[in-house]
Structures are given as structure tokens and as C-alpha cells.
Ligand binder design. Structure first.
Ligand code: 5RP
Length: 217
């Protein structure tokens, strides 16, 4: 089974968590695109969706799924999103698609977070995938120095401006032995908007698509 087929399998498995007439938070990325397609074709009819990026909003609109703003709704029942890396503790690295800040906001606003990945993303320890950090543009060089002091090698994703008008630093070579502590430490640097560690608020359910089926963690 190839990676695309696994993404589709994980996406389909997530439909089990979706209830009719609820407001759903929707993440960003190619796995989430499979989820949107599955939801439109085979899922229950939801009341509305809150998108975590402009790209997802466009995809939802194209699938005729009604959209609302986060400020227009109460707590969301469910958030479904992919990840770049995940551990069995359901700690995640996200932000490969530069949507980490809105993803974190929508995850925080949701009662349950179901994360869908293929098994190539399941790791023993986070950090093989460079850690994305969204920064206010004027703070980029200063934040990069702080991240270097933490042991990382930040690289500016210079071709990308986020939906919030900010920049992304991808931090290579970090040893992430205490992910929650590192998430807090990076959050404290002035100029950091958010860090792509999702460990203080991890996923509640991780659906890992493998050749043999979908493992629920
Ligand atoms: C976007 C993300 C995505 O969830 C992550 O990059 C995974 O994407 P894909 O499903 O395309 O592999 O965090 O900011």
C-alpha cells in the first residue's frame, strides 16, 4: 500500500468520530484533504466546519461543506488533523504546511483531537522532522539566535508567508527529550507566535494507517 492509500485509509477511519449536526474543526494538509473528500462523499452531514487555514477553507467550500469562523461558535466537539511526526504518547510535530498557529488554536478550542497519519510518521522520539516555529517577521533573526542557543539549527523558510502574515523557521538537529518543557521554553521567546510541538495539548486519539489496517492509539 502506498503513502496516498494509507492517508485515505486513516482519513476514512476518522469518520467514525464525526457526529451529524456538530461543528467540526478541520486541520490542513494532504491527509486532511483526504478526510474532507471522505466526509463529503461518505460522512454524516455536519452543521459546519471551522478551517485551520485558507487552503482548507477553499477545499471545504469546494466540497460544499458550510464554513463558520471560530468566533461564531462555542467549543467544538471534534478536531481532525494530520501531523508531520507523532509518538505513541500522542505528542506531535506539526507545521510542515505552515498552518501550525491556526491548527493549535482550533485544537485548543476542541473537546477531542483526532490525528490521522500514515505509519512512516510514527517515531520513538520527536525531532527527525525539522521543528516549525512561526515568528513575527521583525523578530526572525533574534528568535533564530535563541533557537540556536537551545541547540537547534534554524533555517528560514524564506519562500513562505503564513496565513497570519508571519515567517517560519524550521529548526533542525534538536534533541527533543522533554517535549513539553521545550514547547514551553520556545513559547516564551518574544516574537514567537507558536511552535509546532503539540505536546502540552496532545492529540486524544492517533489513527495510524499501516498495511495491516488502522491502529488506534
Ligand atoms: C500543516 C500540518 C500538517 O498536518 C502536516 O504538515 C501533515 O501534512 P500532510 O498530511 O500533507 O503530510 O501540520 O501545517
Amino acid at each position: 500500500m502506498n503513502a496516498q492509500e494509507k492517508k485515505e485509509k486513516a482519513a476514512l477511519a476518522a469518520l467514525r468520530w464525526v457526529s451529524a449536526d456538530t461543528v467540526l474543526g478541520v486541520g490542513t494538509g494532504s491527509t486532511v484533504n483526504c478526510f474532507i473528500d471522505a466526509l463529503a462523499a461518505r460522512g454524516p452531514r455536519i452543521a459546519a466546519a471551522v478551517a485551520s487555514s485558507e487552503a482548507t477553507a477553499a477545499r471545504l467550500r469546494a466540497a460544499s461543506i458550510p464554513l463558520i469562523e471560530l468566533n461564531e461558535t462555542d467549543e467544538l466537539a471534534l478536531y481532525v488533523d494530520g501531523a508531520d511526526e507523532a509518538t505513541r504518547r500522542r505528542h506531535l510535530i506539526k507545521g510542515g504546511g505552515a498552518a501550525l498557529t491556526r491548527e493549535k488554536i482550533v485544537a485548543e478550542a476542541s473537546r477531542e483531537f483526532v490525528c490521522i497519519i500514515d505509519d512512516s510518521k510514527l517515531v520513538e522520539r520527536l525531532g527527525r522532522f525539522p521543528l516549525p516555529v512561526e515568528v513575527i517577521p521583525m523578530a526572525r533573526a533574534m528568535v533564530a539566535r535563541r533557537l540556536t542557543a537551545l541547540g537547534g539549527r534554524p533555517v528560514w523558510r524564506s519562500q513562505v508567508v503564513t496565513d497570519n502574515g508571519n515567517h517560519i523557521l524550521d529548526v533542525h538537529d534538536l534533541t527533543i527529550s522533554e517535549p513539553q518543557a521545550l514547547e514551553s521554553a520556545i513559547n516564551q521567546i518574544p516574537g514567537v507566535v507558536s511552535v509546532g510541538l503539540f505536546c502540552l495539548r496532545p492529540a486524544d486519539v492517533l489513527l495510524v494507517a499501516k498495511d495491516s489496517g488502522v491502529e488506534e492509539i
